[in-house]
Design a protein around this ligand. Structure first.
Ligand SMILES: [Zn+2]
Length: 240
């Protein structure tokens, strides 16, 4: 993202120093060449619900979905908080991208905001049976919702909000999720975790998400790191 135009190489070096071994860059529609780095970087491709109204015929997503570096289709889904695109258009573009993902045999990464009932029913109708699974990105639902997603093959991805003082509900949910269904993420450059809150977020800060999640679950951060790495490798069938 442009937020890293001035220090992309340094940002990636900091991530490697923080123990990050692989990054899935969400909606990496334009991949910048950054030279040799000590990190594996993968991408997703997809049209975010905000931009659904400008999605066109989705040719780019379809083409990029075949690229071996593209591990998933996403972020796709529904956002009824901002309603930047009309809801029926969001649903249409969401469904079409699930079709592209199914054809490419790749998982999906879901963005959903204030739209759980429609998101879950569209996933049930159009995705669950594929068995390809996916990621519930920046999860913010309740435990019952998490289990509905898990039953459809999804991993639950925990981001910076788990460190926010007011997010006790999310911590409660995160403490009860099965260890083999967890992922961690940053949502960089947004949602910087404590103690970097309010600053530009970057991949190195995922270590803070890992630490807080470990605390909440009463395990060592190394345990969370190992399990989330394992879960990532399993879902996307890649070695890290
Ligand atoms: Zn999102």
């Amino acid at each position: 993202m442009p937020a890293f135009d001035d220090d992309r190489a340094e940002m990636l070096a900091r991530a490697a120093d923080a123990g990050v071994r692989a990054i899935l860059a969400i909606t990496g529609l334009s991949m910048t060449e950054i030279g040799v780095i000590a990190l594996k970087i993968f991408a997703t491709t997809g049209v975010h619900p905000h931009e659904a109204k400008d999605a066109g015929d989705l040719t780019t997503v379809e083409q990029q979905s075949k690229d071996a570096r593209v591990l998933a289709i996403g972020e796709i889904g529904l956002d009824y908080h901002y309603d930047h695109s009309p809801r029926p258009v969001q649903a249409d573009v969401f469904i079409k991208q699930m079709e592209i993902a199914r054809a490419a045999r790749k998982p999906i990464v879901i963005h959903t905001r204030e739209a759980w009932p429609d998101t879950l029913s569209l996933l049930k109708e159009n995705w669950a049976a594929t068995g390809l699974g996916g990621v519930m990105h920046c999860f913010s639902g309740d435990l019952a919702t998490a289990h509905e997603c898990i039953d459809m093959g999804f991993l639950i991805s925990i981001a910076g909000p788990v460190t926010f003082p007011k997010s006790q509900e999310l911590r409660d949910v995160a403490s009860k999720l099965p260890a083999d269904r967890l992922l961690i993420e940053t949502d960089s450059p947004y949602l910087a975790p404590v103690p970097h809150r309010g600053k530009r977020n970057e991949p190195a800060f995922v270590a803070e998400v890992c630490k807080r999640l470990a605390e909440v679950r009463g395990v060592a951060p190394e345990e969370i790191a190992a399990r989330t790495t394992e879960n990532f490798s399993r879902l996307f069938a890649v070695k890290i």
